[in-house]
Ligand binder design. Structure first.
Ligand code: HEC
Ligand code: HEC
Length: 434
């Protein structure tokens, strides 16, 4: 669902960064460091994978993030699925590209791994006001949170998810994770950062270590703003004719209208105003993926946001939980060219297919969905009762079979060319060693 006020998502984003810093500051004011000040326009990691430039708490977070002893059996770290060389995305060598393999061989997850680039800009999970462009009615819509269904409020809360998930790192308890860290070679660093008694209480220790991971995920190496597009914003590089055309189509409310959800502030040349998401949720009606083992069970469906634990309790009055079935979080499009497969179920392996799907889902549904009883089974990854949740009103979706798609082949290619300018380049390339 797109917000009318483009600035809303962005101001939320900066609030989230401040909020995280406050959370960190309450634990240890001196350690807030880099997360406190927004990165300057030119902020770039000098050594993207090394240890220089990190504060002690961020370095501690890095150690945890890359510690392959923290799985059961050992061998899998956060970095196994969130590889710094691939914009913090990956699948740990899984036989199914879209589904990461956990610490037990052959045990796969059921959702595509998101890139963690620019992840710290996401606001905590909550509801925000949105004005319906047509009716002018104000409603409350969900926004933010971590995971594709926002089930972790923020980065700190997210950390226990993979560590305890039997399909990922498979630890029996937080205490088991803390014990491994206490026995490891960076326990001294943890004591220096959080005090000698850091390991006394396992739950408190886990929370602190989670904060360190969140601090690491909030460092500029996760958001270097070092793409060709950033250089273009800074006036240092030109887009090719095709890329510039793609950018126009991306913004054009009658063509791609991508910017409605993958937002950027059109009057700003500051890379931070171009995160390419407003952290809102929407139902795209993605085709069902045959690659997901869970999907062999016809009754298995991933309903996304409406199944978020505890949602009914925190949802404001008037929000119908069922109307959120099929919705997933809008991801950033930064680094999109190198973070396939795409969509929450990884059903598309090629970026061009995603863009073509937006353009022709409703004009040529037979191209995307299987036939059942002679009819095209639209939105086949959602039970019928939730088909009305799929967004069919906003451009580029607002088409019917027989109508002309909002984007033709040449325009789809141009948008793809533009999306390819969003890939962060290594620091050496940025210095002109191309
Ligand atoms: C086995 C692969 C795997 C491992 C190991 C793993 N992740 Fe993930 N990560 C995923 C998948 C898959 C998702 C999406 C899951 C979902 O939405 O339900 C995800 C989602 C996330 C998100 C949310 C991103 C967003 O945009 O909402 C964050 C943050 C994250 N992981 C951080 C971590 C950290 C920190 C660790 C280590 C403690 C870790 N991951 C370990 C596969 C993995
Ligand atoms: C109404 C909101 C909305 C609009 C408009 C929109 N998107 Fe999206 N986009 C989303 C959401 C939500 C997802 C995640 C859906 C999912 O995982 O099921 C997404 C996912 C994507 C992905 C896959 C991201 C990934 O990491 O897997 C790409 C690529 C993408 N959009 C490109 C575009 C382009 C290009 C346009 C314009 C032609 C566009 N989007 C228009 C909301 C929107």
């Amino acid at each position: 669902m797109a917000f009318v006020l483009l600035s809303r998502g962005l101001s939320l984003a900066s609030m989230a960064r401040v909020g995280l810093c406050l959370a960190l500051a309450s634990a240890s004011p001196a350690l807030c460091g880099e997360t406190a000040s927004p990165p300057t326009q030119d902020a770039r990691p000098s050594v993207a994978s090394g240890e220089t430039g990190l504060s002690p708490v961020e370095l501690l977070g890095k150690k945890v993030f890359e510690d392959a002893r923290l799985s059961e059996p050992p061998g899998v770290s956060c970095a196994s699925c969130h590889d710094g060389a691939k914009a913090f995305q990956g699948n740990n060598g899984s036989p199914v590209a879209a589904l990461a393999q956990g610490s037990r061989p052959g045990v796969l997850g059921a959702r595509n791994t998101p890139s963690l680039s620019y992840v710290s800009f996401g606001p905590p999970f909550g509801f925000t006001q949105k004005t319906d462009e047509e009716t002018g009615k104000v409603e409350l819509v969900p926004v933010g949170g971590q995971f594709l269904d926002g089930r972790a409020d923020d980065l700190v809360a997210q950390v226990e998810g993979p560590l305890l998930n039997p399909r990922e790192m498979n630890n029996p308890s937080k205490a088991a994770v803390v014990a491994k860290i206490e026995a490891g070679d960076y326990a001294g660093l943890a004591r220096r950062v959080y005090g000698d008694d850091v390991f006394t209480d396992a739950n408190a220790a886990f929370e602190k270590l989670a904060r360190a991971v969140a601090a690491f995920e909030s460092t500029p190496r996760f958001h270097p703003f070092a793409s060709k597009f950033d250089a273009f914003l800074r006036g240092r590089e030109k887009l090719t004719k095709q890329e510039a055309h793609g950018f126009e189509l991306f913004k054009d409310k009658k063509k791609g209208n991508c910017i409605a959800c993958h937002v950027g502030k059109e009057d700003s040349n500051s890379p931070e105003d171009w995160l390419f998401t407003d952290f809102s949720y929407d139902a795209l009606g993605a085709p069902r993926s045959r690659d997901i083992p869970d999907n062999k069970e016809a009754s298995y469906v991933d309903l996304g946001l409406c199944k978020r634990e505890g949602l009914a309790k925190i949802a404001p009055k008037g929000v119908e939980i069922d109307s959120l079935c099929g919705q997933f979080k809008a991801p950033t499009l930064r680094n999109i060219a190198i973070t396939g497969p795409y969509l929450h179920n990884g059903v598309f392996s090629r970026l061009r297919d995603v863009v073509a799907f937006y353009a022709t889902r409703d004009t040529n549904p037979e191209r995307w969905y299987p036939k059942r009883d002679g009819k095209t089974a639209k939105y086949d990854d959602l039970p019928k009762e939730f088909h009305d949740n799929v967004n069919t009103k906003e451009v580029p979706y607002d088409r019917k079979p027989g109508q002309k798609p909002r984007l033709n082949d040449e325009e789809i290619d141009a948008i793809v060319a533009f999306l390819q300018t969003l890939t962060d380049r290594p620091a050496s390339t940025e210095r002109g060693e191309k």
